[in-house]
Write a new protein. Structure first.
Ligand code: HEC
Length: 182
């Protein structure tokens, strides 16, 4: 008997033992991990370290297309933005011109085209307490902060404006205020 025949005999014998068992119970599993995987529940108790693993994003992660804004909507956040937050955009005519257009759409109705608080809604007394920019000690940082969160009666405008548009408006508000102070 050569080796090939021996191996064939052995295989046939092995398979007949394996396959002729009780048909209703499982036969031998070769590499059981391939049949019965070891899952872990992403939302359950068996995630990494027993914590649900995919409920919270990793700390410090930022959603695509979002830029974090580190100044909280508090008085301290306002003060910090007033002092430290500076425009990342170049102060040029193009940004100012775009800011003027956006200001006309989103701000002038209350604040007036000159920023003196004399917008249509203020004139018709639909909206009260709109300040003249020259009467407020605002900076580019605080103006951006107010566009982000609003302030008292004024609502947030962050959902209508991209980051660049907000800063362009800030440049324009700065210009209006300087003109009013002349
Ligand atoms: C619906 C009316 C309304 C609109 C629209 C509006 N504002 Fe105001 N804004 C107000 C009112 C009212 C206040 C006064 C809030 C307060 O009590 O300090 C104010 C205050 C401000 C202040 C001064 C806040 C401070 O720090 O003292 C700035 C700057 C300002 N607005 C900028 C803007 C800009 C920029 C826009 C457009 C993106 C805008 N506002 C749109 C009503 C409005």
């Amino acid at each position: 008997m050569n080796n090939f025949t021996k191996i064939t005999f052995a295989l046939v014998a092995f398979l007949s033992i394996v396959s002729c068992g009780d048909k209703r119970s499982r036969s031998v599993q070769y590499m059981p991990d391939m049949y019965v995987s070891v899952p872990y529940e992403p939302n359950g108790e068996t995630g990494i370290n027993g914590e649900p693993s995919n409920l919270k994003p990793v700390e410090g992660s930022v959603a695509r297309g979002q830029v974090p804004y580190d100044y909280p909507n508090t008085n301290d956040g306002y003060d910090a933005a007033l002092k430290n937050l500076k425009s990342p955009l170049e102060k040029n005519d193009e940004n100012l011109a775009k800011g003027k257009v956006m200001y006309g759409i989103y701000c002038a109705t209350c604040h007036g085209t000159k920023g003196d608080g004399n917008g249509v809604l203020a004139q018709r007394e639909k909206f009260n307490g709109v300040p003249n920019y020259k009467d407020r000690a605002i900076t580019e940082g605080s103006t951006y902060h107010v566009i982000m969160y609003g302030r008292n009666l004024m609502g947030s405008h962050s959902s209508q404006l991209t980051i660049a548009e907000r800063w362009q408006i800030v440049h324009y508000v700065d210009k209006l205020r300087n003109d009013l102070l002349k």
